[in-house]
Design a protein around this ligand. Structure first.
Ligand code: FES
Length: 294
Protein backbone atom coordinates (compact mmCIF):
# COMPACT_ATOMS: atom_id res chain seq x y z
CA UNK A 1 0.00 0.00 0.00
CA UNK A 2 1.37 3.39 -0.93
CA UNK A 3 2.23 6.05 1.66
CA UNK A 4 -0.53 8.31 0.34
CA UNK A 5 -3.10 5.56 0.81
CA UNK A 6 -1.91 4.92 4.38
CA UNK A 7 -2.17 8.63 5.20
CA UNK A 8 -5.63 8.85 3.66
CA UNK A 9 -6.83 5.86 5.71
CA UNK A 10 -5.25 7.32 8.87
CA UNK A 11 -7.02 10.65 8.35
CA UNK A 12 -10.35 8.92 7.70
CA UNK A 13 -10.04 6.79 10.85
CA UNK A 14 -9.08 9.81 12.98
CA UNK A 15 -12.07 11.78 11.66
CA UNK A 16 -14.49 8.90 12.37
CA UNK A 17 -13.12 8.33 15.88
CA UNK A 18 -13.24 12.05 16.56
CA UNK A 19 -16.88 12.19 15.47
CA UNK A 20 -17.75 9.24 17.71
CA UNK A 21 -16.01 10.89 20.68
CA UNK A 22 -17.83 14.16 20.02
CA UNK A 23 -21.21 12.43 19.88
CA UNK A 24 -20.44 10.53 23.08
CA UNK A 25 -19.58 13.73 24.90
CA UNK A 26 -22.56 15.59 23.45
CA UNK A 27 -24.92 12.86 24.66
CA UNK A 28 -23.91 13.50 28.25
CA UNK A 29 -25.20 17.07 28.13
CA UNK A 30 -28.36 16.23 26.25
CA UNK A 31 -31.44 18.26 27.37
CA UNK A 32 -34.97 18.48 26.05
CA UNK A 33 -34.94 22.15 25.14
CA UNK A 34 -33.83 25.42 26.59
CA UNK A 35 -34.75 25.72 30.27
CA UNK A 36 -35.99 22.11 30.54
CA UNK A 37 -34.65 19.96 33.33
CA UNK A 38 -33.30 16.56 32.42
CA UNK A 39 -34.48 13.36 34.07
CA UNK A 40 -31.18 13.18 35.88
CA UNK A 41 -31.65 16.64 37.38
CA UNK A 42 -35.24 15.94 38.44
CA UNK A 43 -34.18 12.69 40.03
CA UNK A 44 -31.36 14.37 41.91
CA UNK A 45 -33.74 17.06 43.21
CA UNK A 46 -36.10 14.35 44.47
CA UNK A 47 -33.25 12.57 46.18
CA UNK A 48 -32.02 15.78 47.70
CA UNK A 49 -35.44 16.39 49.27
CA UNK A 50 -35.47 12.86 50.63
CA UNK A 51 -31.96 13.27 51.97
CA UNK A 52 -32.90 16.56 53.62
CA UNK A 53 -35.77 14.94 55.55
CA UNK A 54 -33.60 12.02 56.56
CA UNK A 55 -30.88 14.40 57.67
CA UNK A 56 -33.29 16.35 59.91
CA UNK A 57 -34.54 13.14 61.52
CA UNK A 58 -30.99 11.91 62.06
CA UNK A 59 -29.96 15.22 63.52
CA UNK A 60 -32.91 15.21 65.97
CA UNK A 61 -32.08 11.65 66.96
CA UNK A 62 -28.44 12.38 67.45
CA UNK A 63 -29.22 15.53 69.46
CA UNK A 64 -31.53 13.54 71.77
CA UNK A 65 -28.89 10.85 72.24
CA UNK A 66 -26.27 13.49 73.05
CA UNK A 67 -28.54 15.06 75.67
CA UNK A 68 -29.21 11.65 77.26
CA UNK A 69 -25.51 10.88 77.36
CA UNK A 70 -24.73 14.24 79.02
CA UNK A 71 -27.44 13.64 81.61
CA UNK A 72 -26.05 10.19 82.32
CA UNK A 73 -22.56 11.52 82.75
CA UNK A 74 -23.80 14.21 85.12
CA UNK A 75 -25.84 11.67 87.09
CA UNK A 76 -22.83 9.34 87.43
CA UNK A 77 -20.75 12.26 88.67
CA UNK A 78 -23.36 13.33 91.26
CA UNK A 79 -24.32 9.81 92.36
CA UNK A 80 -27.98 10.19 91.36
CA UNK A 81 -29.85 7.56 89.47
CA UNK A 82 -29.48 7.48 85.76
CA UNK A 83 -32.32 8.84 83.73
CA UNK A 84 -33.97 6.37 81.51
CA UNK A 85 -33.39 6.77 77.84
CA UNK A 86 -36.43 7.64 75.89
CA UNK A 87 -37.29 4.51 73.94
CA UNK A 88 -39.44 6.58 71.62
CA UNK A 89 -36.43 8.13 69.91
CA UNK A 90 -36.82 7.10 66.35
CA UNK A 91 -33.89 5.44 64.66
CA UNK A 92 -33.39 6.41 61.07
CA UNK A 93 -34.25 3.33 59.02
CA UNK A 94 -31.79 2.22 56.32
CA UNK A 95 -33.05 2.92 52.90
CA UNK A 96 -31.80 1.12 49.81
CA UNK A 97 -29.98 3.34 47.30
CA UNK A 98 -32.12 4.64 44.50
CA UNK A 99 -31.59 2.43 41.41
CA UNK A 100 -31.89 5.55 39.29
CA UNK A 101 -28.88 7.05 41.03
CA UNK A 102 -26.91 3.85 40.52
CA UNK A 103 -27.88 3.86 36.84
CA UNK A 104 -26.66 7.40 36.38
CA UNK A 105 -23.35 6.57 37.99
CA UNK A 106 -22.92 3.54 35.76
CA UNK A 107 -23.76 5.58 32.70
CA UNK A 108 -21.27 8.22 33.68
CA UNK A 109 -18.65 5.54 34.21
CA UNK A 110 -19.20 4.05 30.76
CA UNK A 111 -19.27 7.47 29.11
CA UNK A 112 -15.98 8.41 30.67
CA UNK A 113 -14.47 5.01 29.92
CA UNK A 114 -15.57 5.31 26.28
CA UNK A 115 -14.11 8.77 25.89
CA UNK A 116 -10.87 7.71 27.56
CA UNK A 117 -10.52 4.66 25.32
CA UNK A 118 -11.33 6.69 22.22
CA UNK A 119 -8.78 9.31 23.10
CA UNK A 120 -6.14 6.67 23.81
CA UNK A 121 -6.91 4.88 20.52
CA UNK A 122 -6.73 8.07 18.48
CA UNK A 123 -3.48 9.06 20.14
CA UNK A 124 -1.91 5.65 19.58
CA UNK A 125 -3.03 5.46 15.98
CA UNK A 126 -1.83 8.99 15.22
CA UNK A 127 1.54 8.27 16.81
CA UNK A 128 1.91 4.98 14.91
CA UNK A 129 0.97 6.63 11.61
CA UNK A 130 3.40 9.44 12.24
CA UNK A 131 6.25 7.03 13.01
CA UNK A 132 5.38 4.82 10.01
CA UNK A 133 5.32 7.88 7.78
CA UNK A 134 8.75 9.05 8.91
CA UNK A 135 10.38 5.63 9.16
CA UNK A 136 12.69 5.04 6.18
CA UNK A 137 11.64 1.99 4.22
CA UNK A 138 13.91 0.48 1.59
CA UNK A 139 11.61 -2.42 0.77
CA UNK A 140 8.09 -1.47 -0.17
CA UNK A 141 5.33 -4.01 -0.52
CA UNK A 142 3.12 -4.55 -3.53
CA UNK A 143 1.97 -1.19 -4.84
CA UNK A 144 5.47 0.31 -4.56
CA UNK A 145 9.05 -0.51 -5.48
CA UNK A 146 9.72 -4.21 -4.89
CA UNK A 147 13.31 -5.54 -5.01
CA UNK A 148 13.39 -9.03 -6.51
CA UNK A 149 17.10 -9.86 -6.47
CA UNK A 150 20.08 -9.79 -8.81
CA UNK A 151 19.57 -9.96 -12.56
CA UNK A 152 21.84 -12.98 -12.96
CA UNK A 153 20.07 -14.84 -10.13
CA UNK A 154 16.71 -14.13 -11.78
CA UNK A 155 17.93 -15.43 -15.15
CA UNK A 156 19.22 -18.56 -13.42
CA UNK A 157 15.82 -18.86 -11.74
CA UNK A 158 14.07 -18.62 -15.12
CA UNK A 159 16.18 -21.49 -16.44
CA UNK A 160 15.70 -23.68 -13.38
CA UNK A 161 11.97 -22.86 -13.43
CA UNK A 162 11.56 -24.24 -16.95
CA UNK A 163 11.31 -20.80 -18.56
CA UNK A 164 9.32 -18.99 -15.85
CA UNK A 165 10.32 -17.16 -12.64
CA UNK A 166 7.68 -16.07 -10.16
CA UNK A 167 8.26 -13.04 -7.89
CA UNK A 168 5.54 -13.34 -5.18
CA UNK A 169 6.19 -9.97 -3.51
CA UNK A 170 5.69 -8.25 -6.87
CA UNK A 171 2.82 -10.60 -7.85
CA UNK A 172 4.60 -10.88 -11.17
CA UNK A 173 6.05 -13.36 -13.58
CA UNK A 174 9.50 -12.76 -15.04
CA UNK A 175 10.52 -14.44 -18.28
CA UNK A 176 13.38 -14.07 -20.72
CA UNK A 177 13.03 -11.57 -23.53
CA UNK A 178 14.99 -12.60 -26.64
CA UNK A 179 17.55 -10.05 -27.85
CA UNK A 180 16.63 -10.67 -31.50
CA UNK A 181 13.09 -9.38 -30.84
CA UNK A 182 14.25 -6.06 -29.39
CA UNK A 183 14.16 -4.03 -32.65
CA UNK A 184 10.45 -4.76 -33.03
CA UNK A 185 9.81 -4.35 -29.29
CA UNK A 186 11.28 -0.84 -29.34
CA UNK A 187 8.58 0.19 -31.83
CA UNK A 188 5.75 -1.19 -29.72
CA UNK A 189 6.51 -1.03 -26.01
CA UNK A 190 6.80 2.25 -24.02
CA UNK A 191 10.23 3.42 -22.87
CA UNK A 192 9.65 2.59 -19.20
CA UNK A 193 9.37 -1.12 -20.06
CA UNK A 194 12.44 -1.25 -22.27
CA UNK A 195 15.11 -1.09 -19.53
CA UNK A 196 14.20 -4.59 -18.36
CA UNK A 197 13.73 -5.90 -21.91
CA UNK A 198 17.11 -4.52 -23.01
CA UNK A 199 18.56 -6.51 -20.10
CA UNK A 200 16.88 -9.69 -21.31
CA UNK A 201 13.83 -9.95 -19.07
CA UNK A 202 10.18 -8.95 -19.16
CA UNK A 203 8.01 -8.34 -16.06
CA UNK A 204 4.40 -9.52 -16.41
CA UNK A 205 1.52 -8.96 -13.99
CA UNK A 206 0.05 -12.26 -12.81
CA UNK A 207 -3.46 -10.78 -13.13
CA UNK A 208 -5.38 -11.81 -16.22
CA UNK A 209 -6.58 -8.74 -18.17
CA UNK A 210 -9.85 -10.54 -18.86
CA UNK A 211 -11.46 -10.84 -15.42
CA UNK A 212 -8.50 -10.80 -13.07
CA UNK A 213 -7.69 -14.48 -12.38
CA UNK A 214 -4.10 -15.39 -11.56
CA UNK A 215 -2.52 -16.71 -14.75
CA UNK A 216 -0.39 -19.86 -14.38
CA UNK A 217 2.41 -20.90 -16.68
CA UNK A 218 1.99 -23.93 -18.92
CA UNK A 219 5.25 -25.88 -18.98
CA UNK A 220 4.31 -27.93 -22.05
CA UNK A 221 3.23 -25.13 -24.39
CA UNK A 222 5.65 -22.65 -22.75
CA UNK A 223 2.83 -20.13 -22.72
CA UNK A 224 0.73 -18.58 -20.01
CA UNK A 225 -2.76 -20.10 -20.02
CA UNK A 226 -5.55 -18.79 -17.82
CA UNK A 227 -7.64 -21.55 -16.24
CA UNK A 228 -10.68 -19.33 -15.72
CA UNK A 229 -11.85 -18.75 -19.29
CA UNK A 230 -9.01 -20.03 -21.41
CA UNK A 231 -7.09 -16.92 -22.41
CA UNK A 232 -3.64 -17.78 -23.73
CA UNK A 233 -0.50 -15.68 -23.98
CA UNK A 234 2.96 -16.46 -25.27
CA UNK A 235 5.97 -16.51 -22.94
CA UNK A 236 6.40 -12.73 -23.10
CA UNK A 237 2.71 -12.14 -22.37
CA UNK A 238 1.42 -11.35 -25.86
CA UNK A 239 -2.10 -12.61 -26.46
CA UNK A 240 -2.54 -15.80 -28.46
CA UNK A 241 -6.16 -16.74 -27.82
CA UNK A 242 -9.26 -16.59 -25.62
CA UNK A 243 -11.50 -13.77 -24.44
CA UNK A 244 -8.85 -11.42 -22.96
CA UNK A 245 -8.99 -7.93 -24.54
CA UNK A 246 -5.15 -7.56 -24.75
CA UNK A 247 -1.85 -9.09 -23.77
CA UNK A 248 -0.69 -9.44 -20.16
CA UNK A 249 -0.17 -6.20 -18.25
CA UNK A 250 3.38 -5.24 -17.28
CA UNK A 251 5.39 -3.36 -14.66
CA UNK A 252 8.51 -1.29 -15.32
CA UNK A 253 11.72 -2.26 -13.54
CA UNK A 254 15.06 -0.61 -12.85
CA UNK A 255 18.34 -2.48 -12.83
CA UNK A 256 21.19 -0.93 -10.86
CA UNK A 257 24.86 -1.01 -11.84
CA UNK A 258 25.37 -3.88 -9.43
CA UNK A 259 22.52 -5.83 -11.05
CA UNK A 260 19.78 -5.32 -8.44
CA UNK A 261 16.33 -5.53 -10.04
CA UNK A 262 13.54 -3.44 -8.53
CA UNK A 263 10.02 -3.74 -9.94
CA UNK A 264 7.78 -0.70 -9.73
CA UNK A 265 4.45 -2.35 -8.95
CA UNK A 266 2.89 1.09 -8.46
CA UNK A 267 2.87 1.45 -12.25
CA UNK A 268 0.93 -0.97 -14.45
CA UNK A 269 1.30 -0.70 -18.20
CA UNK A 270 -1.63 -2.26 -20.10
CA UNK A 271 -0.64 -5.25 -22.21
CA UNK A 272 -0.07 -4.94 -25.96
CA UNK A 273 -2.99 -4.99 -28.34
CA UNK A 274 -4.36 -8.20 -29.79
CA UNK A 275 -2.18 -9.25 -32.74
CA UNK A 276 1.15 -8.04 -31.32
CA UNK A 277 3.59 -10.94 -31.53
CA UNK A 278 7.12 -9.60 -31.26
CA UNK A 279 8.77 -12.98 -30.62
CA UNK A 280 6.72 -15.15 -32.98
CA UNK A 281 6.70 -17.93 -30.38
CA UNK A 282 4.16 -20.66 -31.11
CA UNK A 283 3.06 -23.32 -28.63
CA UNK A 284 6.00 -25.64 -28.01
CA UNK A 285 3.82 -28.55 -26.88
CA UNK A 286 0.27 -29.42 -25.76
CA UNK A 287 -1.73 -26.58 -24.29
CA UNK A 288 -2.81 -26.74 -20.67
CA UNK A 289 -6.27 -25.36 -21.41
CA UNK A 290 -8.45 -25.19 -24.46
CA UNK A 291 -8.83 -21.73 -25.86
CA UNK A 292 -11.93 -20.13 -24.40
CA UNK A 293 -14.30 -17.84 -26.23
CA UNK A 294 -16.39 -16.43 -23.37
S1 FES B 1 -9.92 -14.30 -16.18
FE1 FES B 1 -8.43 -15.16 -17.44
S2 FES B 1 -9.52 -15.74 -19.15
FE2 FES B 1 -11.01 -14.88 -17.90
Amino acid sequence: MSTAAVIAIAIAVVVVLGAVSFLTLARRSDVRGAGALSNETLSRDKDARKDSKAFEAAETSSRTAAVAEAEGTAARGSGTALATVDDDVALVPWTAPDPEVIGVSRRQFFNRATVTLMTASIGTFAAASFVAFLWPSGTGGFGGAVPVGKLEAIKAGIKSGGGFFYAPDARSWITEYPAEALPVARTIYPANLLEAMENGIVILSQKCPHLGCRIPECSTSQWFECQCHGSQYNRVGEKKGGPAPRGMDRHPATISGSGDVVIDTGVTVPGPAIGVNTTGQEAEGPNCTSEGTH
